[in-house]
Every structure is written in structure tokens, then in C-alpha cells.
Design a protein around this ligand. Structure first.
Ligand code: HAM
Length: 420
């Protein structure tokens, strides 16, 4: 027996209403904030992600699905959505369009992680990128859109965690200070942190190991080493978020797991603790487009995991609207009535009324049970007597009343009745 691969899941029909609810709310926000949809390939040249996410990151070192195709190109299943969008921005000369170019996507994302609740090897993101503008008001707008999306879905109790990790000018000085500090504490930290110390010192700050907490907690703070421009940017962003009425917590240890960020980094977290609980995250990446061979182009964006939103909707008992089921069920008895029922079902659907038929020659009782299970608003009953008289019976499934209607008036009659 085959099963879905470890860390990948089917989205069954019963779950779809959560997904459609999230998608329709997200699309509505995108139209309010002026974003347009982009779809990029599921795989890219492997080098794209090494160059942007960073050589020393967990994603690139341990989590990518990289393979050689039959033409010997080295490809990677997309482990995030920002780099592909930036590649597309450059490839299609989008710098010639009015800036910022605002793009959103719904993408499947692949990371070879240890599967657990809320963490998968294939997950799905709704993400958006605003490319070509450095104004901190755009950072605030990007954060606001995420905030409004979660609010529109009915999620509560979320916190916005914010930090600034500086830019190419000021970060080297900070990293030097951080390394100097850690050099005195190396015997106290975990083996992973000793590797981070060499390869990716910024990530020392978000180590989750208990033993590393005192050292990381007392480490020098990025915010104290920002250059004047980064410092002003961070102050303005906080002011704008205040103007939007969004409460925030500055967390000096928030650095995020991708190397391309500059200045603003942020995450949205539910009350539940734990790294795999972060519901969405993003930040500014002013150097990424240039790193990929484009003009120097500032940009900022965000992505949220759909599975994690579903998890939180369920935890908070938020019920998305149910997709309406076909509204009319046609029960028929006997072959002559069956043939009539096929024609009626076709006519109803053509006039925009959803219709299902009882199949397999079941008894009337069994067909009515089926109609109930489908959630039909009305059942049409067709037997030999009705055929002879040129009528059909319409049964209101809520109240149970039945009445007879001339066959040729059925479509018009049903069109007027209120469907559930
Ligand atoms: P990220 O924080 O790696 O950022 O992922 C964004 C969101 O995807 C997370 O907050 C989480 O909800 C979800 N997620 C990540 N990994 C998993 C997983 N293994 N299973 C389930 N859900 C997961 C990015 O990917 C950046 N590209 C975001 C961004 C856009 N930054 C700027 N623009």
C-alpha cells in the first residue's frame, strides 16, 4: 500500500473550505493593497537558492530537494518564494514598470525538515513581495496587510515581533562585536552554536537550546549598532505601525532563517509557544536583486504558511463558510423515470441550479437518505404515476412538505425557490 510521502499531505474535500476561505480572504487583501498574482516554476536552478538564502543556512545545507534532471541541469524544488519572484522581476525587466512592483503568490514549498505538527516537507505559502521602494512606510504596509489578513480570517491573540538587523554598512561591525562576545562564552554554548559562530554568527541569537539561552539573552543587540539610516528606518517603521494601530514587540533576538534580509525582520506568532508555531514571517531584502545580477533594488515581503493558518483556525474554532452543496436531488423510480431524471438534471444545471441524481436503482427511502446526506434543499421525486400525469413532486427537505408541479414549469419554479 502506498501512502503520501512522509511530511506531505493530501488536502481532502472536507478540508478544502479552510483553504478556499484563506485564499479568498488573501486575494481580497491583495486587491485592496494593489498586488498582482505571479506563478513561478516549482523548480529553479539550484544556484538561485544557494546565492540568495545563503550557504550557511539550514535550508540550503540540509533541507533542499536538489536533483539532476536528464539534461544534467541541477535543479531545486522551491524551498521558498522570494528568490523565484526576484528572479522573475529581473528576467522580465519589471524595473521598467512603475515601482514598487507588487506581486503575490500561492506556492507549494519543499523543505526536508523533521515532520511534526505544523511542520511539513511540502507546505504551502501565501506570500507577497513589494519590489523597488525603500520607504519604511512600505514595510509598515506589508506588515499591515498580513495583520489585516489574519484579522479578516477571525484569528485572535497574535503578536507581531519586530527587529532590525541592519544593512551591509553597519552589520559587519555588529557581527564583529557579537563574535567577540561569543568567543568568551563558547564553552557554554551547544555544538550547533559553535558551528554557527564560524559560519553564520547572526543565527547564534535564535538558538532554541536551553543551555544557550543565558548567553544569547545577554548578547549585544543589533539595534544598538545600526547606522543612522537603518536606525531612522527602524524608528519610522515603528511610528507608522503605531499610526496603523498595530501593537508590536521588538525582539532583539529575531534574525530569521534566510540570509537575504536587511533592516526589517518580523514574524507573526500565535500564543502557542515554539518555532514551528510561527504563522508568518518576512522582512526587507534590499541586496537580493543586485545579488542576482539586477540593478540595486530595495524590496520587502512576507509569507505565511497555509497549513499553519488552518491549524490556528481550528484551534480557535473559527468555522469557514461551507461551500454550497448541489441544491436539488432527483430521486427516480423505474427506468422510464430514470431517463426523465437524466434530462431534468441536465436542464436544471443549464439554468444554473445544482443537481444530483439518485443512481443505481435504489429505493425511494435510500434515495431520500442520500439527498439528506448531500445537503440538498429540495428533492424532486419522479415515479410512474408522476410520469403519467406529466408532473413531478418537489419535496422541501427542511420542512418535509411535498407538492406536485407540472414538469414543464419545474425549472422556473425551482429558480424562484430559495436554495439553501
Ligand atoms: P519562512 O519564515 O521561512 O519565510 O516561511 C514563511 C512561513 O511559512 C512560516 O512563517 C510558516 O508559517 C511557513 N512554514 C515554513 N516552513 C514550514 C514547514 N516546514 N511546514 C509548514 N509551514 C512552514 C520565507 O519563506 C520567506 N520567503 C518569507 C518572505 C517573503 N520574506 C520576504 N518575503
Amino acid at each position: 500500500m502506498f501512502k503520501a510521502p512522509r511530511g506531505a499531505a493530501d488536502v481532502l474535500p472536507s478540508e478544502q473550505r479552510y483553504w478556499r476561505y484563506i485564499e479568498s480572504n488573501a486575494v481580497a487583501q491583495c486587491s485592496l493593497y494593489g498586488y498582482h498574482r505571479i506563478d513561478t516554476p516549482i523548480f529553479e536552478d539550484a544556484g538561485l537558492f544557494v546565492r540568495t538564502i545563503g550557504q550557511g543556512t539550514d535550508i540550503v545545507e540540509k533541507e533542499t530537494y536538489t536533483f539532476q534532471d536528464r539534461g544534467e541541469s541541477l535543479l531545486t524544488l522551491r524551498p521558498e518564494g522570494t528568490a523565484p519572484v526576484c528572479r522573475a522581476y529581473i528576467e522580465h525587466g519589471m524595473h521598467n514598470q512603475p515601482q514598487p512592483v507588487k506581486l503575490y503568490y500561492f506556492s507549494s514549498i519543499f523543505r526536508y525538515e523533521r515532520p511534526q505538527s505544523g511542520r511539513y516537507r511540502e507546505h504551502h505559502q501565501f506570500g507577497y513581495e513589494a519590489i523597488g521602494e525603500a520607504d519604511p512606510a512600505l514595510d509598515a504596509e506589508v506588515i499591515d496587510m498580513a495583520w489585516q489578513l489574519y484579522g479578516s480570517l477571525g484569528l485572535t491573540g497574535l503578536s507581531l515581533v519586530l527587529n532590525s538587523i541592519g544593512c551591509r554598512e553597519c552589520r559587519p561591525r555588529y557581527l564583529e562585536t557579537l563574535k567577540r562576545y561569543y568567543s568568551e562564552h563558547l564553552p557554554q554554548v551547544c555544538p550547533d552554536c559553535r558551528v554557527r559562530y564560524e559560519k553564520n554568527p547572526l543565527r547564534l541569537l535564535d538558538c532554541k537550546q536551553e543551555s544557550c539561552q543565558p548567553v544569547a539573552g545577554a548578547a549585544p543587540r543589533t539595534a544598538d549598532y545600526l547606522c543612522a539610516e537603518c536606525s531612522n528606518h527602524f524608528a519610522s517603521l515603528q511610528k507608522y505601525l503605531g499610526a496603523l494601530g498595530i501593537a508590536l514587540q521588538v525582539n532583539h533576538r529575531l534574525v530569521r532563517g534566510l540570509d537575504y534580509y536587511t533592516r526589517t525582520v518580523f514574524e507573526v506568532q500565535p500564543q502557542e509557544e515554539g518555532a514551528q508555531s510561527t504563522i508568518g514571517g518576512g522582512g526587507r531584502y534590499d541586496g537580493l536583486i543586485q545579488e542576482l545580477g539586477g540593478q540595486p533594488t530595495p524590496a520587502v515581503g512576507f509569507a505565511t504558511g497555509i497549513e499553519r493558518i488552518v491549524l490556528n483556525l481550528k484551534r480557535q474554532n473559527v468555522e469557514p463558510p461551507r461551500t454550497p452543496s448541489p441544491s436539488v436531488f432527483i430521486a427516480s423510480l423505474g427506468e422510464a423515470a430514470r431517463s426523465e431524471s437524466v434530462g431534468i438534471a441536465g436542464a436544471l444545471r443549464k439554468s444554473g441550479i445544482g443537481a444530483l441524481q439518485g443512481l443505481g436503482g435504489k429505493s425511494l427511502k435510500a434515495q431520500l437518505r442520500q439527498a439528506d446526506a448531500w445537503g440538498a434543499s429540495f428533492t424532486i421525486i419522479l415515479g410512474d404515476d408522476e410520469l403519467r400525469q406529466g408532473v413531478v413532486l418537489i419535496r422541501d427537505m427542511k420542512g418535509g412538505e411535498q407538492r406536485s408541479v407540472p414538469k414543464d414549469k419545474l425549472v422556473a419554479e425551482l429558480g424562484q425557490l430559495k436554495m439553501a
